[in-house]
Design a protein around this ligand. Structure first.
Ligand SMILES: Cc1cc2nc3c(=O)[nH]c(=O)nc-3n(C[C@H](O)[C@H](O)[C@H](O)COP(=O)(O)OP(=O)(O)OC[C@H]3O[C@@H](n4cnc5c(N)ncnc54)[C@H](O)[C@@H]3O)c2cc1C
Length: 188
């Protein structure tokens, strides 16, 4: 199966990796470079959380956690996250219990020790296995895994031919059928 993935944000890069894992030949097309800042996936970090009041979101987050661990555990910074809610009935506690995710309720002093203030009547729920995903590194790691590349190869190549005749150059960041050196005419 040959698949073209349009867009090398985190979703496109993750899709390319998942397709390659299933044996597909994948080409990733990106209108800008891999590290451009005109999409949503650039920057050092994004929050990675598993605490949701609905069970199905927790299960998705558990699946994502397993995926990050498989790809590269160092892509997650598990510093812990605190959920603060005004109504105790709205915490994620029940969903976390049902999904077997460890958490702890914090009292006012423990919250203050984390540099926050717990208003009267509010509940604080601490999840240790949450924090951030290192966003910029994650996109590179996903594309590298999709290519199955060696660590000493260039991260991606730019195909300038693909954009000829168009106002905007279109870049082919990954072509799993190409050997290194044949995908494009320059490195980025
Ligand atoms: C300020 C901000 C903070 C956020 N914080 C969090 C957070 O803490 N935790 C969290 O989980 N999520 C967070 N999000 C959401 C998360 O970042 C996005 O859901 C995610 O990055 C979306 O990825 P994407 O690949 O779908 O989109 P994008 O990253 O936008 O990627 C789409 C790519 O497709 C390319 N493209 C589009 N059209 C074409 C075309 N025709 N040809 C070629 N290429 C094309 C674009 O150039 C772009 O590179 C945040 C988002 C923003 C903006």
């Amino acid at each position: 199966m040959r698949v073209a993935v349009v867009g090398a944000g985190v979703m496109g890069c993750a899709t390319a990796w998942a397709l390659r894992e299933r044996g597909a030949e994948v080409t990733v097309h990106e209108q800008f470079g891999l590290d451009h800042d005109r999409g949503s996936s650039h920057g050092r970090t994004r929050i990675f959380r598993v605490a949701y009041p609905e069970q199905f979101w927790v299960r998705f987050a558990q699946e994502a956690y397993a995926g990050w661990q498989e790809l590269d555990p160092s892509l997650l910074g598990l510093y812990g996250l605190i959920e603060l809610v005004a109504d105790p009935a709205l915490t994620s506690a029940r969903a976390l219990d049902e999904c077997g995710v460890p958490y702890r309720l914090l009292d006012r002093d423990e919250v203050r020790a984390h540099g926050a203030v717990l208003p009267d009547g509010w509940t604080a729920l601490y999840v240790p296995d949450a924090g951030v995903v290192f966003a910029d590194r994650a996109r590179h790691a996903l594309l590298e895994a999709a290519r199955g590349r060696r660590r000493d190869e260039p991260t991606h190549r730019i195909d300038r031919r693909a954009g000829r005749g168009r106002r905007r150059r279109h870049r082919r960041l990954l072509d799993s059928r190409s050997r290194p050196g044949r995908a494009g005419d320059g490195d980025a």
